[in-house]
Design a protein around this ligand. Structure first.
Ligand SMILES: [Zn+2]
Length: 502
């Protein structure tokens, strides 16, 4: 419906075909009307629409610089779809000689309600050879009151004899910016709020066809309402599958923690729904698991290459089961935008299965729990180590972690100053005191960060609180290295040795 409503009414509204509409408009304005036009191009690029505008323009009683007025009786009759002298024929279903003969018999009669009879033959390449021959005769000697507009998606299937008697126009797929512009205009007029990223995705998916793009826009709105998120647009377009889920599954099974973390971060940076992405990765692993159990890759598996690699590595199903188990544990409810649960799950899956939670209180430094890696600790030894679980954190540490993850969604720079460089000194009913280790961090946070911290502290605690910042009495030297973020902490707990990149 939306496409019909927003079908361009004049040449100036036809998006992305400037080379055609400008030529047509100029010719019409100077009274030059050909007796046969051939519109070639992919579907949905405006051929039929332009043909109908042209039909109005050659019949308009009040042509304005080559544009039909859409107000006179001939224009209105064509717009209503009941002009007797606009004869539209779908050559895909009327392709025989008899159809064209019938057309030829009637063409000689003078027009009844318009000045000119306009024959619009869509999908003209579908005509049979005898029908083409009959059409050719008509094109050779058309009555002066008749105009032919032939449209086709397959110009190579139209005989050269026909093409040579027509003025030919090649419609192009719309460039994305033209299509996005058109969609943006329609959305604004309809009162839709579609993110730019969503409009671009629709344009890309429609592959330059305005009709498909507008139909997609309509489907998105029908499904998710007038203000869908970029992600809902992707969902509606069936684009939620992210190939990085296969790459991540492979990285985990290959034990490449660095690659896995890079992927997790890039996915988060792209604004992809991490929980869904994690589920997709689990789906990949679940698809690979039975192939490994059967010791045979499945021919039609989308993840066959990964299954083959696992089989070649002779690691058995255990790493897959461990990865599924760890990924399924990742909890995104607290902060859906944070990659941290996925990063932790990757680390746990790669660095080894984790044992029960220890009850020994973790020493506190730098606002996060730390546990120096035991000398000579290996991957295997990590099995008996503590789980990188929030249960090992104190209330203050847990609060700081939540605050960091939430702040990160609003302002990465502010969040960066919380990560490993401050501590929560106290949390009372109405006051949160945060000690900052470095003076320049303190200054920056006080100048720019307080509203973010305040807002998120209240959201976490569920009550109004004042956030106070002060210089921590701890010396930075007492802290672990500044790079000791949550992930390094987790990795260290699991037995990894930090490597200074210097
Ligand atoms: Zn008119």
């Amino acid at each position: 419906m939306l496409y019909g409503k927003w079908r361009p009414r004049g040449f100036d509204e036809v998006a992305g075909q400037d080379h055609i509409v400008t030529t047509l408009r100029n010719a019409l304005a100077s009274g030059q009307v050909a007796h046969a036009y051939l519109f070639c191009g992919p579907r949905g690029t405006g051929k039929t629409t332009t043909a109908r505008i042209l039909a109005r323009a050659v019949n308009c009683l009040n042509l304005q610089k080559g544009e039909p007025c859409n107000a006179c009786e001939p224009c209105k009759a064509i717009n209503r779809g009941n002009a007797l002298d606009l004869i539209e024929l779908d050559a895909a279903s009327n392709r025989g000689i008899d159809d064209i003969k019938e057309l030829r018999d009637k063409i000689a009669f003078a027009p009844s309600d318009l000045t000119r009879k306009v024959y619009l033959l869509d999908e003209v390449h579908m005509l049979t050879t005898p029908a083409f021959n009959a059409l050719l005769k008509t094109l050779e000697e058309p009555p002066p009151h008749a105009i032919f507009i032939l449209a086709t998606t397959e110009s190579h299937a139209v005989p050269a004899t026909i093409i040579s008697r027509c003025q030919r126009y090649d419609f192009r797929r719309l460039p994305n910016d033209a299509l996005v512009g058109r969609l943006r205009h329609i959305a604004a007029e309809e009162g839709f709020a579609i993110p730019e990223q969503g409009l671009l995705q629709i344009s890309i998916q429609s592959r330059g066809g305005a009709r498909d793009a507008i139909t997609m826009l309509e489907q998105v709105v029908a499904r998710y309402g007038a203000a869908p998120s970029a992600e809902e647009v992707l969902e509606a377009l069936g684009l939620v599958h992210d190939p990085r889920s296969e790459t991540l599954a492979a990285a985990i099974l290959e034990g490449e923690l660095g690659s896995a973390l890079d992927i997790a971060r890039s996915v988060a940076d792209d604004g992809v729904n991490i929980a869904r992405f994690t589920r997709e990765t689990i789906d990949v692993l679940r698809e690979v698991l039975p192939q490994v159990l059967r010791d045979a890759p499945r021919e039609d598996s989308p993840n066959r290459a990964l299954a083959e690699a696992v089989l070649r590595g002779r690691k058995g199903p255990a790493p897959i089961v461990a990865a599924i188990s760890e990924l399924a544990r990742a909890d995104f409810r607290l902060d859906p935008g944070s990659p941290i649960p996925l990063e932790v799950a990757c680390a746990a899956a790669i660095l080894g299965p984790v044992g029960p939670v220890t009850h020994a209180p973790a020493p506190v430094a730098g606002g996060v729990a730390t546990r120096p890696p035991a000398a000579g600790q290996t991957r295997g030894a990590a099995n008996s180590g503590p789980r990188p679980d929030d249960r090992t954190l104190t209330t203050e540490e847990r609060f700081l972690k939540d605050l960091y993850e939430r702040a990160k969604l609003e302002d990465q720079k502010i969040a960066a100053k919380l990560n490993g460089s401050c501590e929560v000194i106290s949390i009372s009913d109405s006051l949160v005191e945060i000690g900052v280790f470095y003076e320049f961090h303190l200054t920056a946070l006080e100048n720019e960060g307080l509203p973010v911290l305040q807002r998120n502290a209240e959201a976490i605690l569920g009550r109004p609180v004042v956030v106070k910042l002060k210089l921590s009495e701890r010396q930075p030297g007492q802290q672990r290295a500044a790079r000791s973020g949550h992930l390094v902490k987790t990795a260290v707990e699991l037995g990894a040795k930090p490597v200074d990149k210097g």
